[in-house]
Structure formats: C-alpha cells, structure tokens
Write a protein of this length. Structure first.
Length: 742
C-alpha cells in the first residue's frame, strides 16, 4: 500500500487479472483534451529508456540533493536497484537520448529479488537512504555516502521475511527519525529507529482479521499524527484503522466497510488529512474517500454497530481463552486482563474513558495458563495445569514476580472460594477425582475430599449461596455440567430436579451471576432461550424466560449489564445472527454486530469511568471487541466519484500525480485495456477529467518480447528535468518513459 505526497503506496485487495497488451511504439504522445475544462499542464516530446523486464516500484525523489528529482526503481531481472541521477548538461534537442546521456547511473547490485523499496533519511545525516525488502534476505538498508552514491546494503534481521507483504517508513513517535513498519500476512512489526539507523527496539502487532494484504501509514484524521491502516483480503470489514497518538502508541482498531473494489491507494496531500482513492470492481468508477468521524445514534440505540477491536497476542489454539474484567492497574476504571499462554505472560489492557489502551501491561507469569481469577484483596490469581501451581500477583505490586503456590496431585481446574483467600481445585488421582481447598495465605492448609464426577473438568465456577453455603459448577467438554453444594466439610451433589439447567450441555459463557460472587440469581442461556434462576429453599427455581423468538438462534453467552445507563438487565449474544439481544420490560432490543465475534468465548460489562455507564466486552480467540455507548463512529465518507466515459474500460490502478498547480488533487487512472491514462482533477469541487493520454511505442525502439499483463505497471511524477514543471514517468514492459512537463 503506497502513499503519495508525491509518494504513493498500494493496497491490493486481491490479485490483479493479467491482460495481454501489445503497445505500439512512437515518438509522440497522443493527448486528447477533455472539453470540460482547460488543463494547466501538458507534456513535450517523450524520452524512452530500455531496461530488462522485471522493473517495479517506481519512485521520483531528489536523492542526490542537487535540487533536481531523480528516479529509483527495482530491476529484478538485472538484480539491481536502479538509481538514475539526472545530469545537469542534458541536450534537450536530442530526440530519444541514451540513458547515459541523460542520467548518471548510481544504481547497485542486490543479492535478492526485491518486492518493495522506500526512500528516507534513516541515519539523520541529511542524505536520503534506500530501504529494500525481499523474501530471501529480508530487510536491507543502503546508506547514501553523497551525490546519490551508496554504501553496500546492510541487513536488518527480521523473522518471516518471506511473509512480508508491505513495507513503510515514517516517523511514528515524533523523534525526527523514520521508523520502519513491516507488514506480514499474519502480523505487523514496528522497528523503532534510534536516529542512527539502529533498530534494536521493536513492537509486534497482531491483527484481529486474517490474511493481511497491505498496510499504510498517514495522517487520516488530520491531527498531525501518523496513523496505521491495514487491508485484509476478505471479510465484511477489510479496512482496519489504528489512530496514532504521536508518541508511538496506537488506538484500538476501527473496522471499516468498503465496497467490492479492485484497487486502493492512500493519497497524502502536502497538508491536511490523507484520503483514499478506490477503483470499484467494475473497473469504470473511481471513488474518492476521506476517513471521517460521523455523528450517529447512541450505540445501544442503534440497529447495527461496529465494535472497536483489539488483537490479542500469545493465545494458544489448544488452551481456552482465560480472561477477567477487574480493576488491576488503575483505581478509576476496570481493565481487561487476558492470559497469553504461548508467551508465559498475562496482558492487562488498561481501561480509560475512551476505551482500552492498545499497549498492554505485560506481566511474566506461569506457562500454559488455564484460568485467571481475582480475590477480594485485588490480587490476580493465575492457574497453570502444566506447572501444577497457582501464581499470586499482589495488588499494587502487579509487576513484581508472583508468589508461587503448589497444588496437590494432578490439578485440572481451579476457581476462587467466595469471600476467602483460597481456591477450589479439582485434582485427579489414580481412580478418583478430589476437590481440594487450597489456602493462598502463607500458613494456610489444604483440605481434600472425594468428588463424584467421572470425567476431567474444563472449568469451575464457585459462588456464595447464603447461610455459609457455596455452590460449585463443574463444566466438562461436550457433557452436562455437575453442581455441588459445599457447606463446611460437606459436599453434596445437586440433581436436575434441583437445577433444571443441569440437563443441558453448557459452557462457562452460558452462565452469568447477577452480582459478582453471589450465585443466588443466575442467568443461563442455551440454544434458543435464556432463563433466570433464583435460589430458593435449596433449589434453583426458574423465574423468568427470555425468548428472542428466532428459530435459528444460538445464544452462546450472556451477562448482566446496564447498557445506555439503564439498570442492569440480561444481555445475550446470538452467535448465529451475530446480534446482541436484551430485554427491557416487554421490549426486545437487538443490535447487529458487523463482523460478528469469531470463536466467541464470553462477554462481560466493563466500567471504563467511575460512575459512568457500562460498556461491553466480547471476547474471541483472536481479539476482544468493545462496544461503548458512543454517538460517533469512524468510517469512509465519499468526497467525490468519477466514471470513465471510455468504451470497455478496465481501470486497474491509480496514482496521485503532482502535475497541476491549481488542483487540490490530480489522479492518473490507468486503463490497460484501452492502453490509456486518464487524468482526473479536483479543485474544491467535483472530480473532472482534464486529459486522456494514449501510450504509444515505435517499432524501431523494439517490441517487447514477453511480459504482457498490467501495462503500464508503474507511474510516478516529479520534476526530473529541473525546469519547475511536473514530469510524468512510466514503467511499461521493459521501458522507462519520461514525459517532460510543458
């Protein structure tokens, strides 16, 4: 994905279809002026320079620092990075001059096939350097010595170099040094520049969607700070925007819908917010978008909403997602805490009035974490079945290494004992299961009792039932749960007659407590209905039923939440319809969630501001989604639209070009089917075509012997002739063509 300020990046949602195209070579440019307006730019006799096939990624920058812009592009067939520095003594009267008569060759041989290159001053010496990437050697940086000459490229080690799909360079933390953003299919990585082209500090960024195909960095919201934009190959919300704070931090993902399209490109002006150019799938329409914050109805009053997302790191595909919502790092807001078992860490995403902070507090803990809990003292309790232990992270000293408490026998699942600094732990002996009560105090004892279950439990939930009694729900994969009433040393099993929900196969997400730690009012969802049970006379009695009246409903999880400032009401997630459902009196409220919650693991209210309303977190295996009662939402706003009048047009890509001194935006639209370039301008108004230019070649110059496909395959603009006018440069087949401005 490219940006232009006269730098441009591509976002490609899919492979571009090849089109066989034979170009006729000639000495003139056929310029067809549009009648709608007089254009304020044009071209004189073209220059044609022949290279080997395999050129790509064209840039026009003043590399040598002499005030005239130079030409840089990849030349893979010759294993070179071409750097063409324009000579000052070019004889303008010579038709079709040789490349050596027009440019000084400052290019160099590279040791891998290149896919991207970026130009910036990485070591702060005032000279532009070149960053390159390829699947064999990964990142390489060629530092400029002077006058467009470069030292041998030095390698910057990155993992998974063959998975890199895009590369950007920009100052993301306002320290004056360009940082590097590497985009892979599965994740992105920021390499922070120390100012001397050293990149020892790095940040890995996960995605909440699958299969990234491009990234870009620009100021999309107009606050003067660099943001990140990612494009994904599929899904209803393929664009994900992360707003930058100017200090190297980024917001939660704002997922945005885009129409079916064949090409995207960020268009970055000299001043103001960046915009996005899009070619729709039909190949005839160019649409110009801004990224805008729109006034909308309050989130919980809308029929459809797009939650913000935070990708989760270090989750295991075999272990359950272990998470809690609790106050852990701040006393004014609740936080979202999730285990990262693959990293042997716990990640705490701090809550604040605006949402969740995207850079988590990372705490080293046990490996293969199975569950998280919080005791009444505010300590974080971490359980590892593999290590057969509990880790206690003390409140107020959350960053300190935890105290480790060993568990008896082979522990399978744990939960906190309500109101006590102890855990219940189910362990497996040779021929039986035992329930152990393990104190977490220094001198606490461990008591065990035989438990009448026949299969390994996956999760436990314990809650108070009043009168010194505790309820213990034991969940087992693909089986009905078991429930036990614990009073002192007495453990008694409850049957289905005492709690009818035990007849169904349930997961922990299907059961919610109206009040934390108090099990005297439970919400249980299963299939198409949800029921509230109250504890009365040693039995759970169903007192209310919530029925969304949908034949295909799959109520996968629930909670009690005060949405929109109301009192706490039952809220359910229908996985089949991807809807939130809750009941207010006799009314049924529904919100369609754009994109749904893949691999739904549970939901919970979260209080992000003391005294404020509840927000809602929905947890999946790849991300956590947050829905707040906000009246604004980020999305794409259509600025203008242009439809080509050409017959059988097939617009394939676009480039922002700096040719018109009076237009706010000038875009070159490439139509390979008609071997033409259309120039469209906007000057604080509608988009209008000002010029259509056919691409000609002359047989004497040499017909291409192969290649075909998308031609021309790269465009750029700049002042390479040094006359103060914008020039157009084109890579087509094996030629570099320069159209000097006139």
């Amino acid at each position: 994905m490219h940006v232009t300020a006269l730098r441009t990046n591509r976002l490609r949602p899919g492979a571009l279809l090849p089109w066989a195209l034979v170009l006729t070579l000639g000495l003139r440019v056929a310029a067809i002026e549009d009648a709608v307006s007089a254009r304020d730019f044009g071209f004189r006799g073209l220059e044609i320079y022949e290279f080997k096939f395999g050129t790509s990624d064209l840039h026009v920058r003043d590399v040598s620092g002499d005030g005239t812009e130079d030409v840089v592009f990849i030349n893979n067939r010759a294993s070179r990075l071409e750097v063409l520095v324009r000579r000052a003594d070019v004889d303008e009267s010579v038709r079709l001059p040789a490349v050596e008569a027009t440019f000084e060759d400052r290019g160099f041989v590279v040791d891998q096939a290149l896919t991207r290159c970026r130009i910036d001053d990485f070591n702060g010496d005032g000279r532009l350097d070149i960053l390159m990437t390829g699947p064999a050697l990964g990142l390489q940086l060629a530092l400029q010595v002077e006058g467009g000459r470069f030292d041998a490229p030095q390698s910057i080690l990155i993992p998974d170099a063959a998975q890199v799909v895009d590369l950007e360079a920009a100052d993301l933390n306002a320290d004056g040094a360009p940082d590097i953003v590497v985009g892979r299919r599965a994740n992105a990585e920021i390499l922070w520049n120390d100012g001397a082209a050293k990149f020892s500090r790095r940040t890995r960024m996960s995605y909440s969607a699958a299969d990234s195909v491009g990234l870009d960095t620009a100021d999309y919201d107009g606050d003067g700070k660099r943001d990140l934009l990612f494009l994904f190959a599929s899904g209803d919300l393929p664009l994900r925007l992360r707003l930058g704070d100017g200090r190297g931090g980024f917001s939660m993902e704002h997922a945005m819908h885009i129409p079916a399209a064949r090409f995207f490109r960020t268009l970055e002006p000299a001043a103001g917010a960046a915009t996005i150019g899009c070619l729709l799938q039909n190949g005839t329409v160019f649409r110009h978008y801004s990224v805008a914050k729109r006034e909308v109805a309050a989130a919980f009053d809308r029929e459809e909403a797009t939650p913000r997302r935070l990708p989760l790191e270090g989750l295991s595909s075999k272990d359950p997602v272990a998470w809690i919502v609790a106050q852990l790092v701040d006393d004014s807001a609740e936080d979202f805490c999730v285990a990262a078992p693959e990293l042997s860490q716990v990640h705490i995403y701090a809550g604040h009035a605006g949402g969740l902070r995207s850079d988590p507090v990372k705490i080293d803990s046990l490996s293969a974490i199975r569950s998280l809990h919080r005791n009444d003292a505010g300590d974080l309790i971490v359980f590892s079945r593999q290590e057969k232990a509990i880790a206690v992270h003390m409140q107020g000293r959350i960053d300190d290494f935890p105290r480790i408490v060993s568990l008896p026998a082979q522990p399978l699942a744990t939960t906190m004992v309500p109101g006590e600094n102890a855990v219940y732990c189910i362990t497996r002996r040779t021929n039986a299961y035992e329930l152990a009560r393990v104190g977490l105090d220094d001198k606490a004892e461990t008591r065990t009792q035989v438990l009448s279950i026949v299969n390994d439990p996956s999760d436990l939930v314990a809650f108070a039932l009043g009168q010194d009694a505790t309820g213990l729900l034991v969940f087992m994969p693909y089986q009905q749960p078991r429930m036990f009433r614990i009073e002192g040393d007495t453990v008694s099993a409850m049957d289905i007659a005492q709690f009818r929900a035990l007849a169904d196969v349930l997961k922990p997400a299907s059961v919610a407590l109206k009040t934390a730690g108090d099990g005297r009012s439970l919400l249980v969802s299963n299939g198409r209905i949800c029921r509230r049970y109250d504890w009365e006379k040693e039995t759970y009695r169903a007192v209310e039923q919530y029925n969304p009246e949908s034949e295909g409903a799959e109520l996968a999880g629930n909670c009690f939440a005060a949405l929109g400032g109301r009192k706490r009401e039952p809220v359910m997630y229908d996985r089949s319809a991807q809807e939130l459902i809750w009941f207010v009196g006799e009314d049924v409220k529904r919100i369609k969630l754009r994109g749904g919650v893949p691999d739904f693991s549970g939901m919970s209210p979260i209080r992000l501001k003391r005294g404020g309303p509840d927000a809602l977190v929905l947890v999946g295996r790849k991300d956590v989604q947050l829905l707040q009662d906000e009246r604004v939402a980020w999305g794409l706003n259509t600025i203008g639209e242009y439809a080509t009048p050409a017959d059988k047009a097939a617009l394939r890509f676009l480039v922002s070009v700096g040719l018109s001194p009076t237009a706010d935006l000038t875009v070159a639209l490439v139509d390979p089917r008609n071997r033409a370039i259309e120039f469209v301008c906007s000057a604080k108004g509608a988009l209008r075509r000002v010029l259509t230019m056919e691409i000609y070649h002359q047989p004497a110059i040499g017909r291409p012997t192969g290649g075909g496909g998308l031609e021309p395959h790269a465009l750029a603009s700049g002042d390479v002739t040094g006359d103060g006018l914008g020039d157009l440069l084109v890579l087509v087949h094996d030629k570099l063509i320069v159209y000097p401005g006139d």
